[in-house]
Write a protein that binds this ligand. Structure first.
Ligand code: SF4
Ligand code: SF4
Ligand code: FES
Length: 251
């Protein structure tokens, strides 16, 4: 076969982890590199083999909610907000990370799926310390929008009342409040994959996981370049711009 079935975009300057796989069609129309039929909520669509269920749903105009997924970033598949039912699979699957490799039947808004998503959102809120009305991201927060969409009207798994971490105001550009972090890792992927800086990483395990800098130093003391790109992709108020305008007007 003269054509490679899978190749990467050679011209891209992006790091390897950030490059998209460019799956070419097989000239023979065979399965590898070809298209696969997928049925989502009773509607069929053909997608290039290796597309995610999320991509296929978008082609049909079906919206699957997401949180850790971002169009600029590589797949993480960590938040589980995008879970769907895949026929034949024992457990729910993350639509943003599940590749379509053979014909499959998917349900995106069944009762089971909606209940699971609500559960995930309740768990995220139970670990989220902040008051929406006083948050810089009020009415512009993806977590708040998800809670509204899924009818959250109480904290079913409790709520953290007192902040656990000090707010980091050491940087000229970014204010970090890890009490509002949902561990989606968008900032981590932005900093290392898009900006090629890499000052952020998730440290600790389980309930002790936290996005940190090297040795958990203040952001102003590490090699952050103050680009602010992590703020642009954070879905919550955990990262916000250090804007001293109000301080100036008080003088
Ligand atoms: S401001 Fe830029 S360099 Fe600093 S942590 Fe955010 S993405 Fe990384
Ligand atoms: S700081 Fe924001 S972008 Fe980074 S992991 Fe937390 S919620 Fe996600
Ligand atoms: S959006 Fe799919 S796992 Fe987070």
């Amino acid at each position: 076969m003269s054509q490679k079935s899978v190749s990467t975009k050679e011209s891209s300057r992006a790091p390897i982890s950030q490059r998209r796989l460019d799956v070419k069609r097989a000239p023979s129309g065979g399965l590898i590199g070809g298209e696969v039929a997928i049925t989502i909520d009773g509607r069929e669509v053909k997608v290039p083999m290796g597309s995610t269920i999320l991509d296929a749903a978008k082609q049909l105009g079906i919206r699957i909610p997401t949180l850790c997924n971002h169009e600029d970033l590589c797949v993480a598949g960590v938040c589980r907000v995008c879970v769907v039912e895949v026929e034949g699979q024992r457990t729910l699957q993350a639509a943003c990370a599940y590749p379509v490799l053979s014909p499959m039947n998917v349900k995106t808004h069944s009762r089971t799926v909606r209940q699971a998503r609500r559960h995930v959102i309740d768990l995220l809120l139970s670990n989220h310390c902040g008051e929406c009305y006083t948050c810089a991201r009020n009415n512009n927060c993806e977590l708040q929008a998800l809670a509204k969409e899924y009818g959250v009207d109480s904290f079913r798994f409790g709520h953290i009342e007192a902040p656990r971490y000090p707010i980091d105001t050491s940087s000229h550009s970014v204010i970090r409040d890890m009490n509002k972090c949902v561990l989606c890792r968008r900032c981590v992927r932005t900093c290392i994959d898009l900006q090629e800086v890499g000052v952020l990483e998730v440290a600790g395990r389980g309930a002790k996981s936290k996005v940190e800098t090297f040795l958990d130093k203040p952001l102003g003391k590490v090699v952050c370049i103050n680009c602010g790109q992590c703020i642009n992709r954070c879905p919550t108020g955990a990262l916000r711009a250090n804007d001293p305008t109000d301080e100036g007007t008080r003088r």
